[in-house]
Design a protein around this ligand. Structure first.
Ligand SMILES: CC(=O)N[C@H]1[C@@H](OP(=O)(O)OP(=O)(O)OC[C@H]2O[C@@H](n3ccc(=O)[nH]c3=O)[C@H](O)[C@@H]2O)O[C@H](CO)[C@H](O)[C@@H]1O
Ligand SMILES: [Mn+2]
Length: 312
C-alpha cells in the first residue's frame, strides 16, 4: 500500500494510509508521522533475516526507482517444448503488462518448435531470443534438463547480456505487478500448496540414495521449481550444482521425487536465499485464494496433463 503524502514542508512530512502502523514521534521542529509497512498475519522475514515479499511489506514505487537508477537488465528463461508452445502467447503478453514493466528484460525462449513461437509486441527495452533445444518423450526429462540448458546458456550468452535472471514455468500467466521487489542475490518462491504446511509434509526427496536427499528434521520451506532467480553468477552456480546432482542420480538410476524441484530444494537448504517470494508470485489456478494472499501476481493455469505432456 502506498502512503499518501498530504503535505510536506521543510520540517514535516505527513503520511496517511489505511491499515498500516503509524508511529508518531515529535521533533524539535514539529510532528512527524513515520509510516511502517507491515503485515501481522504472515511472516515477512526468514529465520536467517531474508525478507519474504508479501503485498504491503514494500513500497512499489520506491523499490522500482532504486533499481531503475542502476540501469539493469533482467534475463528471463522460459521453456516451451512440445505442446507447451501453446502457453507462450499468454505468458509473454501478460508479462509485457505486469512483469518488470519499464525495465530492460531479455526473454530466452527454449523450444524444439521455433516456428511456433508467437510474435508478440514487446515494449521498448525488451528483447526475445529463441534457442533451439531437443524434444523428449518424457516430461520429467524436459523439466529436469532445464538446469543443464540454463547453465549452458548462461555460460554462452546470458552472462554477457544481463545482470539478474529469473527462470520461470511457461504454463503460467501474470495478473498483477511483479516489480523490482523480486530482485536479489538469490531468490526463490514458496510453493503455494505448502506455505501453510509443516516440514514433515514437505515433498522433499527422502531417499538417502539420491543427491537431493533431505532428512526429516531439516528444511526451511518447500520451494516451487517454477520460479527461481537472482544474480547471474549465483543462478549459474545453482544450475551447475543441480545439473551435476541430477546427472549423478541418473548414473545411479535414481530420479528424485520431483526432479529438478527436489534438487532445487536441497540446494537452497544449504545455500540460503537472500530474498523469498511469497506464493503471490507463484499461485496455482486450481487453488482457492486464501485470505493472506491479497494479490495474485503470477499463477499456473489449469491444464490437462494427459493431453499436454508427452507421457503421463
Ligand atoms: C502439481 C505438480 O505436479 N507439480 C510439479 C510439476 O509441476 P508442473 O505441473 O508445473 O510441471 P510442468 O508440466 O509445468 O513442467 C515444468 C515446465 O517444463 C516445461 N515443459 C514441461 C513439459 C513439456 O512437455 N514441455 C515443457 O516445455 C515448461 O516450461 C513447464 O512449465 O512438475 C514439476 C517438475 O519438476 C515440479 O516437480 C512440480 O512440483
Ligand atoms: Mn508448471
Amino acid at each position: 500500500m502506498t502512503p499518501i503524502i498530504i503535505s510536506t514542508t521543510q520540517s514535516s512530512l505527513i503520511c496517511i494510509s489505511v491499515n498500516i502502523e503509524i508511529i508518531i514521534s515529535t521533533t524539535q521542529s514539529g510532528l512527524i508521522l513515520f509510516c511502517f509497512f507491515s503485515r501481522t498475519d504472515v511472516a515477512a522475514v526468514t529465520p536467517w533475516l531474508a525478507p519474504i515479499v508479501w503485498e504491503g511489506t514494500f513500497d512499489p514505487d520506491l523499490v522500482d526507482t532504486i533499481y531503475k537508477s542502476m540501469n539493469i537488465t533482467i534475463a528471463t528463461t522460459v521453456f516451451a517444448v512440445g505442446k507447451y508452445v501453446r502457453f507462450l502467447r499468454d505468458f509473454l503478453e501478460t508479462a509485457e503488462k505486469h512483469f518488470l514493466v519499464d525495465f530492460n528484460v531479455r526473454y530466452y525462449v527454449f523450444t524444439d518448435r521455433p516456428d511456433d513461437v508467437p510474435s508478440v509486441n514487446l515494449s521498448q527495452g525488451r528483447h526475445l531470443s529463441v534457442i533451439q533445444v531437443p524434444g523428449s518423450n518424457r516430461w520429467q526429462e524436459i523439466s529436469a534438463r532445464r538446469m543443464e540448458i540454463i547453465q549452458t546458456a548462461i555460460e554462452r550468452q546470458i552472462s554477457r547480456e544481463a545482470d539478474y535472471i529469473f527462470c520461470l514455468d511457461v504454463d503460467s500467466k501474470f495478473h498483477a505487478r511483479w516489480g523490482a521487489e523480486s530482485l536479489g542475490r538469490l531468490v526463490a518462491v514458496i510453493h503455494p500448496w505448502f506455505y501453510q504446511a509443516t516440514r514433515d509434509h514437505f515433498t522433499y526427496e527422502r531417499r538417502p540414495a539420491s543427491t537431493a536427499y533431505i532428512p526429516m528434521d531439516e528444511g526451511d520451506y518447500y520451494y516451487a521449481g517454477a520460479v527461481f532467480g537472482g544474480l547471474l553468477e549465483e543462478v549459474y552456480t545453482l544450475t551447475k550444482v543441480c545439473r551435476n546432482q541430477l546427472e549423478e542420480d541418473a548414473r545411479n538410476s535414481i530420479e528424485a521425487a520431483w526432479q529438478e524441484e527436489s534438487h532445487l530444494n536441497r540446494y537452497l537448504l544449504y545455500n540460503k536465499t537472500s530474498k523469498l517470494l511469497s506464493p503471490e508470485y507463484q499461485w496455482d489456478d486450481k487453488k482457492t485464494k486464501t485470505k493472506e494472499v491479497k494479490v495474485i501476481r503470477f499463477s499456473s493455469v489449469v491444464k490437462n496433463y494427459a493431453e499436454i505432456r508427452p507421457n503421463v
